[in-house]
Write a protein of this length. Structure first.
Length: 233
């Protein structure tokens, strides 16, 4: 399933950041130039996944320090469910990193607002910057992470205050270039072979689940929520 299609019904209540949190503070932005809309062809799912991995593999080989500090864990193609599936330690981390990626993407397209540019050469940052649809997935994921932070820890995460500003960028400067599956920013051992995969979820989701279940198992802890079912499947 690709983002933009009907999203599955969530097993828990919808999670939103309280409006007082989103609207507090001052949000100042200005548009410095118009974004470019260069048409690009849409690739079949398998080809686009393989091409994204080629970019990810080259980029990670040249900036391994960024790979260890940045990522978006595609544990589900639904950005809300992906946030629900995160272990406690990654809820705030993914909110921060999604906002950093969106801020960098927006600035690349002429928007002045959000965090300063960071990790511009990371393959996931490039993915977010490529298309409004990718950016929207990151924004929805960040919003859900902000809600999860409140549910699990009873506190707001300060990065949530940037979401209104980053929403302005999404609707004013981000180019509409359609959807391509995200790069798999992980060691090759966890990457599911697309040609051989016939599971119920896309291979990038299964790859991230395998990576998360093994490489991140020492961080597994869920407060006030159940661990995802796929973790014990």
């Amino acid at each position: 399933m690709r983002f933009g299609s009907a999203l599955p019904k969530l097993p828990r209540h919808e999670v939103f950041v309280p409006i007082t949190c989103l609207l507090s503070g001052k949000f100042v932005w200005r548009l410095t130039n118009e974004n470019s809309n260069n048409p690009e062809e849409t690739w079949p799912q398998g080809m686009e996944t393989q091409a994204s991995d080629v970019v990810a593999h080259w980029s990670l080989a040249n900036c391994m320090d960024e790979e260890t500090t940045m990522n978006l864990f595609f544990l589900n193609d639904c950005p809300k469910q992906a946030a629900l599936d995160l272990a406690d330690v990654h809820v705030g981390k993914m909110l921060l990193e999604a906002c950093q990626m969106m801020s960098t993407a927006a600035r690349q397209h002429g928007f002045d607002g959000g965090y300063a540019r960071a990790y511009e050469h990371h393959p996931m940052t490039k993915w977010v910057a490529r298309s409004k649809q990718h950016y929207e997935w990151a924004w929805e994921h960040a919003l859900s992470c902000a809600g999860e932070h409140e549910v699990r820890f009873g506190t707001y995460h300060k990065s949530a205050l940037l979401l209104p500003t980053l929403s302005v960028a999404m609707h004013t400067v981000m180019p509409d270039r359609g959807w391509r599956n995200p790069p798999r920013c992980m060691p090759d051992d966890y990457k599911v072979d697309f040609d051989a995969w016939d599971g119920s979820v896309p291979c990038h989701v299964q790859s991230y689940r395998d990576y998360y279940a093994d490489a991140k198992r020492h961080l597994h802890k869920w407060t006030n929520v159940e661990a995802p079912e796929w973790l014990s499947a």
